[in-house]
Design a protein around this ligand. Structure first.
Ligand SMILES: Cc1ncc(C[n+]2csc(CCOP(=O)(O)OP(=O)(O)O)c2C)c(N)n1
Ligand code: SF4
Ligand SMILES: [Mg+2]
Length: 283
């Protein structure tokens, strides 16, 4: 994490590109929380990189005055992993939607989690495909009736927090875009976590599936007595779906991906030339 000595203001981190999200979209709350987290931690934007997938949420990097890479649909995690491996000094974010993360990109998630790549992954979960005008996503609830599902969805939704906990996540949290102060704190904790920080953010799509009222009713803070070092207790909280807990479910420290790659590099010997390596492995 490379920081500045002087403070930046949120406005310094806003790029000249104005968000074209619909007024009221939850993604505004996520963007503002992210900018506040970056300024609170005094992160040097020249050492921040934000990779995104495709979706309304995928537009995110364009609005931040830092390095950004708007990738292809579902491939944000390989992209962010590559950025971190190429330059471990960068603070790296992956951002995207529920479709990007849990449909087309779902195969990448367990591996980024188990590798413990030191990035913060913010998934803006609106339980729908926003950009493509409202098709069901893997987190849509059963019975969701929209134009693309006129008789209601019937597949059970995935449970993102339970998924990453079962993959061995070292940091799993849930926030709500309409609670930006708490979300800012979660993002700061994610950035400071030395490993893969997974943050599911409830971020309603006002145009195709307005869930503000539902989530206002069913969201509750994680109980104060919850021990975030207890994976089983975290899983029990995650499996409760009648209420949706907000906060940090689980956190532990484990060597990150690039720390382990460095260890392998040390073992292999850094003074070896390509010729030495070829002699050793090519017969
Ligand atoms: C390979 C590929 N398949 C499908 C699409 C079409 N597509 C674009 S965004 C999207 C889903 C967006 O939903 P989500 O990831 O939840 O993001 P949101 O718009 O809701 O933020 C799809 C299916 C695409 N761009 N590329
Ligand atoms: S369509 Fe939905 S997700 Fe996309 S910008 Fe509009 S409100 Fe946000
Ligand atoms: Mg979505």
């Amino acid at each position: 994490m490379i920081t500045l000595t002087e403070s930046l203001k949120v406005k310094d981190l806003k790029s000249d590109v104005k968000p074209i999200w619909c007024p009221g979209c939850g993604d505004f709350g996520v963007l503002n929380s992210m900018l506040k987290a970056l300024t609170d931690l005094k992160l040097d934007p020249a050492h921040v990189a934000i990779a995104s997938g495709i979706g309304c949420s995928g537009r995110f990097p364009a609005f931040v005055n830092a390095y950004g890479f708007h990738g292809v649909h579902g491939r944000v995690l390989p992209l962010a992993t590559g950025i971190k491996m190429a330059n471990p000094e960068l603070t790296v974010f992956a951002v995207g939607g529920d479709g990007d993360a849990f449909s087309i990109g779902a195969g990448h998630l367990p591996h980024a989690v188990r590798r413990n790549v030191d990035i913060t992954y913010v998934v803006m979960d609106n339980e729908i495909y926003g950009l493509t005008k409202g098709q069901p996503s893997p987190t849509s609830p059963v019975g969701m009736e929209r134009k693309a599902s006129p008789y209601g969805t019937y597949d059970i939704p995935l449970n993102p927090i339970a998924m990453v906990l079962s993959y061995g996540a070292t940091f799993a949290a849930r926030g709500f875009s309409s609670q930006p102060r708490d979300l800012t704190e979660l993002i700061k904790r994610g950035i400071q976590h030395p490993g893969f920080a997974f943050i599911q953010v409830i971020s309603p799509c006002v145009t195709f599936y307005d869930t503000y009222a539902r989530f206002k009713d069913i969201t509750v803070p994680i109980p104060e007595e919850h021990d975030p070092a207890d994976r089983v207790a975290a899983m029990e909280l995650a499996l409760q779906t009648d209420v949706q807990h907000l906060g940090v479910f689980y956190q532990e420290e484990r060597a990150s991906h690039h720390a382990r790659v460095d260890q392998v590099r040390d073992r292999a010997g850094t003074d070896l030339s390509i010729e030495d390596l070829l002699k050793r492995f090519v017969r």
